[in-house]
Design a protein around this ligand. Structure first.
Ligand SMILES: [Zn+2]
Length: 430
């Protein structure tokens, strides 16, 4: 994973070589939001050789880099957004209805399975919808995505698109028969394929621990759906509820829950007992977690990704964000798939977080959508902030509301509460 020491050495090296011979470009704007340092009024970003050299006030950088090419921008310069949880291969499944109040999370899973079986799509059709979704994401300011999919030979992995996509192959198997098959598959996977489990309710302990050992060996992120619904916690705690009925329906109920000798008070506690909690673990959702579990996640350096739009769509509750921040977690944000969300728009996700958590500082929510995502994916040396050494690809966002912001508080309020800005332009591409 990334190392801050490496990042700073790299930044120095870049600065030296660039100042000696490479041309420097300066981008000036009324507002610069570096995320890792305070907002700069009338700020500038200096770039050279595809990396950021410096971020500062417009006057100081113009003096420091006299002779640099200058571009004056309107609005705000900020890092590209990070969507830390999406399922691109589900992009064609736009028709799934929002569950009614008397439907359970398991009912939604049944609908998804049925729709996927009824509408078996040609691989080209799946890939086309996924590429279109990726284009939409990028056009709306997303630079880095963590994509979870069940198709191993997905044409998505050879995308030539400008967004940076990390693909994880998602594996699952709820009973002994499936475990045998999945373990054999894991053993035959090439090292170039990063694989991860779906969720504790759908994946046996044997599969999860085998995938964790493999992820540690290959040094890639270990991401799974965690504590998304109260139904999941009920299954782990007592072996009852709609998930038990769902597993029974499919002939996959083996009395695995509550696990013998395992204290299954919650999903995070369950994962802890399996030895899965560490800084390589990315827990997606974490809606139904106790304070004890939040503390455990923070102490072990685990990463968390919130999907507020999906949680609202599926009516599974509201994440304890204030608690997470108080314990020192900086969650990432994801849209999840179009099968469980009205639209996949990270600006809307920020707005939903604002609505659900009016006490949380909007600047923190902006940090989650950028640096939080980069940290969750171990890519903070390249993405998530405007700082020396980072990739020189960033956003210029513009709208009358942003241009009318009179101070930093108004700026963050409008960035996180106003939806996607009217104009999004990428700087540093092509
Ligand atoms: Zn998901």
């Amino acid at each position: 994973m990334s190392s801050p020491v490496h990042s700073s050495l790299f930044a120095e090296k870049t600065l030296k070589s660039a100042t000696s011979c490479s041309p420097v470009s300066l981008y000036l704007a009324p507002w610069v939001v570096p995320v890792s340092s305070p907002v700069i009024r009338d700020g500038a970003v200096a770039v050279s050789d595809g990396r950021i050299l410096a971020v500062g006030s417009s006057s100081s950088l113009q003096a420091q880099f006299a002779g640099a090419g200058i571009e004056t921008c309107q609005g705000v310069l900020l890092p590209g957004l990070v969507n830390a949880h999406i399922h691109l291969e589900l992009s064609a499944f736009t028709e799934l209805p929002r569950p009614t109040p008397d439907e359970t999370f398991c009912d939604w899973i049944r609908s998804l399975i049925d729709v996927r079986q009824e509408n078996r799509m040609a691989p080209e059709e799946t890939a086309r919808a996924a590429r279109q979704m990726l284009q939409q994401q990028h056009a709306a300011g997303v630079l880095l995505l963590l994509d979870i999919g069940n198709i191993q030979s997905s044409p998505l992995s050879v995308t030539t698109h400008a967004a940076h996509v990390v693909n994880l192959l998602e594996l699952l198997g709820p009973d002994a028969k499936a475990e045998e098959r999945v373990l054999a598959r894991i053993a035959s996977l090439p090292d170039s394929v990063a694989a991860t489990p779906h969720a504790p309710y759908s994946t046996t302990r044997g599969i999860m621990t085998a995938l964790k050992q493999r992820a540690d060996r290959l040094q890639h992120i270990f991401s799974l759906h965690v504590a998304e619904s109260a139904d999941e916690v009920e299954l782990l705690r007592s072996g009852q509820g709609c998930f038990r009925a769902f597993l029974e329906e499919r002939g996959a109920w083996e009395n695995a829950f509550p696990g013998r000798g395992i204290d299954s008070r919650g999903t995070v506690g369950y994962l802890e007992q399996l030895g899965l909690l560490d800084s390589n673990l990315l827990c997606v959702h974490c809606v139904q977690v106790s304070e004890e579990e939040v503390r455990m996640l923070a102490e072990r350096g685990c990463k968390v990704c919130l999907c507020p739009g999906s949680n609202r769509f599926l009516n599974v509750g509201i994440v304890p964000l204030e608690l997470m921040l108080r314990h020192g977690l900086l969650p990432a944000i994801g849209t999840d798939s179009i099968a469980s969300n009205e639209e996949l728009d990270l600006w809307r996700e920020m707005r939903i977080l604002r609505e659900d958590h009016p006490g949380v500082n909007p600047a923190r929510i902006m940090t989650m959508a950028t640096l939080g995502g980069a940290l969750a994916m171990g890519r903070e040396q390249d993405f998530g902030t405007l700082a020396p050494g980072r990739k020189a690809i960033f956003l210029n966002a513009c709208s009358p509301a942003l241009q009318g912001a009179r101070n930093m508080e108004q700026l963050f309020d409008r960035l996180t509460g106003g939806g996607c800005p009217d104009k999004i332009r990428w700087i540093g591409e092509g």
